[in-house]
Design a protein around this ligand. Structure first.
Ligand code: URP
Ligand code: ZN
Ligand code: ZN
Ligand code: ZN
Length: 471
């Protein structure tokens, strides 16, 4: 046979356009696009379906240490299985350096945990928590050369926060080595001040997590990060932008020609601070605690504006799952004493694509082409995977999701593959659903059934980002 697999009769959607075309796949790659592709060992009928590049989620947390007694709800097996069920063919988790430890050693540990366990391909970003001279001078340059071409830095969290001086040092290395820096923009001191004030006033329920880090805290940090990046002359990616304040900072920078990119996430178009009230301010509000926190409906409108105007290049999940029941997650003993001890993060790698397609494409806010750009193509471009991954064309890896744009579903925890014991989108109704996923040329998910084995996905190296500093 000429092809191992042919996808016939569908509408192929890329970031650029939509065309009726068949796809021929051989040896894991797309080798033909055309009118009538025949002579394949296996044919898939894609009539009435959209044929899109597999989702790429460039912001997920898997098996990261999250404090004493706290355990993330997913390992690499369950996280990548959940991602696959949700229409993804690639995820980018983080290798986190713990303070006082080597970054290189952290990378080796994460790689060892991931290898042989993943259902789909993955690649790590780095998290730098301790930018010692050794890390800045030796480890980072060597790791960039080894394909770890992006790193995240934090402006908050006790164990992760960098000082302004440290941010500048990391930015400077990123400029020299042509890595892309992702910045978590929330101001540490302001959050500490607000947290202590709320606790003194007895306002300790999960809901007050939002009040402890209002939009002004995110806006201030975003502006500070942008200013530091300007000083060093390095491009940065501001991740998980939650509302108008930070969005306008990114836009402000872009309007002035600074290379500042933006990411937003599912929670910021669908959840609000009121979700953190739970039932009469009980612990169930903790199911929605993430940082930055969900805001209000006006913020959701602002995020849509940013999506439509191109302020945001990527739409991610920031998947960071904890269990609600039990003492190692959202309801750990200390969490019941104050919101400050509720682990930050929510599960979303499995629901990102259906929720965004439904709210975006089905409701007419964005086109299917924009959806593909924001959920796949731009992630591949931004993080050095393009033109291997992120589109449908001859020569690309055959990472493809078949999407039924009219299928109506209601999201339920009972249908989820992820390791969390709840979904923030319980009962959420969507129009549009992934019905089949092909990963590296093999049918990996068919009508909700996972057909892969752990280890079928590889940990891959990435190229330098074309959006990082110029040579
Ligand atoms: O609350 C969140 N987002 N937890 C994950 C870590 C991060 O800051 O992205
Ligand atoms: Zn973050
Ligand atoms: Zn995150
Ligand atoms: Zn349910």
């Amino acid at each position: 046979a000429d092809y191992d697999l042919a996808i016939r009769g569908g509408t192929v959607v890329t970031a650029g356009d939509s065309v009726r075309a068949d796809i021929g796949i051989r040896d894991g790659r797309i080798v033909a696009l055309g009118d009538a592709i025949t002579g394949a060992t296996r044919e898939v009928d894609a009539t009435d379906l959209l044929v899109m590049p597999g989702g790429i989620d460039s912001h997920v947390h898997i098996e990261q240490p999250s404090g004493p007694g706290i355990v993330m709800a997913d390992d690499f097996e369950s996280a990548t299985r959940a991602a696959l069920a949700g229409g993804n063919t690639f995820v980018m988790p983080f290798a986190l350096q713990e303070r006082g430890k080597s970054l290189r050693a952290a990378v080796e540990d994460y790689k060892a945990s991931a290898e042989g366990r993943c259902h789909i391909d993955t690649a790590f970003h780095l998290i730098i928590s301790d930018p010692t001279p050794q890390v800045l001078g030796q480890e980072l340059p060597a790791l960039v050369k080894d394909g770890y071409t992006s790193f995240k830095v934090f402006m908050t969290y006790d164990d992760l926060v960098l000082s302004d001086r440290e941010l500048l040092e990391v930015f400077d290395v990123a400029r020299r080595e042509r890595a892309l820096v992702m910045v978590h923009c929330e101001g540490y001191d302001a959050i500490r001040f607000m947290t202590e004030r709320l606790e003194k006033a007895g306002q300790t329920e999960p809901y007050y997590h939002g009040a402890s880090r209002p939009q002004v805290v995110e806006r201030e940090a975003a502006h500070r990060a942008i200013s530091h990046a300007q000083l060093v002359d390095v491009p940065i990616m501001i991740v998980h932008v939650s509302g108008r304040e930070a969005m306008e900072q990114v836009k402000w920078a872009q309007d002035r020609g600074f290379k500042v990119y933006g990411e937003t996430c599912t929670q910021y178009i669908t959840l609000t601070e009121d979700d953190m009230k739970g039932l009469n301010m009980d612990m169930s509000g903790s199911k929605y605690v993430c940082s930055p926190p969900p805001r209000d409906e006006a913020s959701q409108d602002a995020i849509w504006e940013g999506i439509q105007q191109g302020v945001f290049q990527t739409f991610s999940s920031d998947h960071c799952p904890f269990r609600y029941e039990g003492s190692d997650g959202k309801q750990n003993p200390k969490a019941k004493t104050s919101f400050r001890w509720v682990p930050n993060g929510i599960p979303g790698v499995e629901t990102r694509l259906p929720v965004f397609f439904s709210e975006g494409v089905s409701k007419g806010r964005i086109t299917a082409e924009q959806f593909v750009a924001l959920t796949s193509t731009n992630h591949a471009r931004m993080y050095g995977l393009y033109p291997r991954k992120g589109s449908i064309g001859v020569g690309f890896d055959a990472d493809i999701t078949l999407w039924d744009p009219t299928c109506k579903r209601t999201i339920h925890q009972s249908d989820m593959q992820h390791g969390a014991d709840y979904t923030p989108w319980e009962g959420f109704e969507v129009t549009g659903w992934p019905v089949m996923v092909i990963a590296n040329g093999k049918i990996a998910m068919d009508d909700g059934k996972i057909l892969t084995e752990p280890g079928q996905g590889q940990v891959v190296e990435r190229d330098i980002s074309p959006f990082a500093a110029a040579p």
